[in-house]
Design a protein around this ligand. Structure first.
Ligand SMILES: Cc1cc2nc3c(=O)[nH]c(=O)nc-3n(C[C@H](O)[C@H](O)[C@H](O)COP(=O)(O)OP(=O)(O)OC[C@H]3O[C@@H](n4cnc5c(N)ncnc54)[C@H](O)[C@@H]3O)c2cc1C
Length: 390
């Protein structure tokens, strides 16, 4: 990932993702499947079935992580998939329903691989064309089959003592995702014991993110439910409307750190009256940026050690990314003064993971400097162990 070869490999991967050729399909061409698995799949993905995933989860726990977040990588792309014009309305509806059912079964299967205290990651577009169409139209209520599937998923998550987070996606889907996610938080984040069960994702690179989060906090406070906040910078800068994204990386960084600081110190990010009531909030700092993660951990620790009001905080990075940041924290204080550290895993067949893998490659390419730092840290650690053992 830190090599100059990444650029041409990225172009090949992009071509492969968009291609309908049998020769380039990992599901149909064993050679392509093998190549992808041995290069990027095994670095970034947890496995293709339960046995492989459970092994990876055990490995993460053995490394000292508090837990994992597991997601089924299957997803749809922004354009509504081509439908066969000759198909009858009934046949089309059956195909849409089948996609939702497959997604629900895959998600429930994913949940079964997790234990108590771990997170399930859900991507609405994974439910297929019905979800993609409804989200791009901005429907405020999901199609009934998706709504029923989410009810079943959230109830199973709550019964198991796990949590579920809803991934943020491209802007064309995001306003509807926010509405659907707030409805789930309103319904499932009222039980005191394990609340919040549902977390929504906020993308700090969006100029509107602070206002959106502020509005949701006010709603939660007014209606008496708990907010689950997963904070990311945002992964779709290459595909999305640029004018809605902060003009510079420094602006995104500032906004990210400002939201973290406001939440940990129990303030609305847009400010407000002193002593204004603040809802119950849980924050998940999802970032590979060592600076942001360290600031969040230091502030949380300072508040807890000094007996100041704070909120529960957890931090996490994706599998195969910023391992030096994650592993540098797992050995932290185990007395509750440091946030728990998680690793976020994706599972699925090589074909199902292609879009996820492409995003990881793009991210490593645009953050080449950090990727090089990770490579340097890994080489340093390998040397330390080798020298230590000889
Ligand atoms: C556990 C986990 C879960 C995630 N889930 C999601 C998700 O559900 N939805 C999602 O969209 N992303 C998700 N991401 C990815 C995330 O949004 C970022 O793309 C990624 O983590 C890189 O950002 P960073 O915070 O690690 O820090 P950095 O690498 O320091 O920041 C890179 C990010 O800064 C922003 N940026 C870069 N250049 C500019 C610029 N010129 N102007 C403005 N902003 C810029 C972009 O958001 C870019 O991704 C997740 C990441 C993690 C670790």
């Amino acid at each position: 990932m830190a090599s100059p070869l990444l650029k041409p490999c990225l172009s090949i991967l992009k071509y492969m993702v968009d291609s309908h050729s049998v020769m380039l399909s990992p599901a149909k061409n064993p050679m392509i499947n093998y190549l992808l698995r041995r290069t990027i799949y095994e670095h970034f993905c947890a496995g293709v079935n339960e046995t492989e995933v459970r092994r990876t989860v055990q490995e993460m726990k053995a490394l000292g992580f508090k837990g994992v977040i597991l997601g089924y990588a299957r997803e749809s792309i922004a354009k509504v998939e081509e439908t066969d014009q000759t198909q009858s309305a009934v046949a089309k509806k059956e195909a849409l329903d089948r996609a939702v059912d497959e997604w629900k079964q895959g998600t429930l299967r994913t949940l079964k691989m997790l234990g108590k205290g771990n997170y399930l990651a859900v991507k609405f577009t994974g439910a297929g064309p019905a979800a993609v169409e409804a989200l791009s139209r901005g429907d405020r209520v999901p199609p009934s089959r998706i709504k029923e599937a989410m009810t079943e998923i959230c109830e199973a998550v709550a019964a198991q003592g796990s949590r579920v987070w809803i991934d943020a996606e491209q802007q064309v889907f995001q306003s509807a995702i926010d509405v659907w996610a707030v409805d789930l938080m309103r319904k499932y984040n009222r039980n005191e014991a394990n609340s919040p069960v549902v977390l929504n994702t906020y993308q700090a690179y969006l100029k509107s993110s602070t206002a959106t989060l502020n509005a949701h906090l006010c709603l939660a406070q007014k209606e008496g439910w708990a907010m689950g906040v997963k904070l990311v910078r945002g992964a779709y800068i290459a595909h999305d409307r640029r004018d809605r994204i902060h003009d510079t990386k420094a602006d995104t960084d500032r906004n990210y750190d400002h939201i973290v600081e406001s939440l940990i110190t129990r303030q609305n990010p847009l400010g407000g009256e002193a002593g204004q009531p603040f809802p119950k909030v849980r924050l998940f700092v999802a970032s590979h940026n060592g600076e942001s993660v360290r600031k969040a951990c230091a502030l949380f620790r300072e508040r807890v050690v000094n007996g100041l009001p704070a909120i529960p905080v957890e931090v996490g990075q994706l599998q195969g990314m910023a391992d030096e940041v994650s592993l540098g924290m797992v050995g932290g204080v185990a007395d509750g003064t440091m946030p728990g550290v998680f690793k976020c895993l994706a599972w699925g067949s090589t074909e199902e993971c292609l879009h996820f893998l492409l995003r990881r490659a793009i991210e490593n390419h645009s953050g080449m400097q950090r990727t090089r730092e990770t490579a340097r840290a890994l080489r340093g650690e390998a040397w330390r162990r080798w020298v230590g053992e000889h």
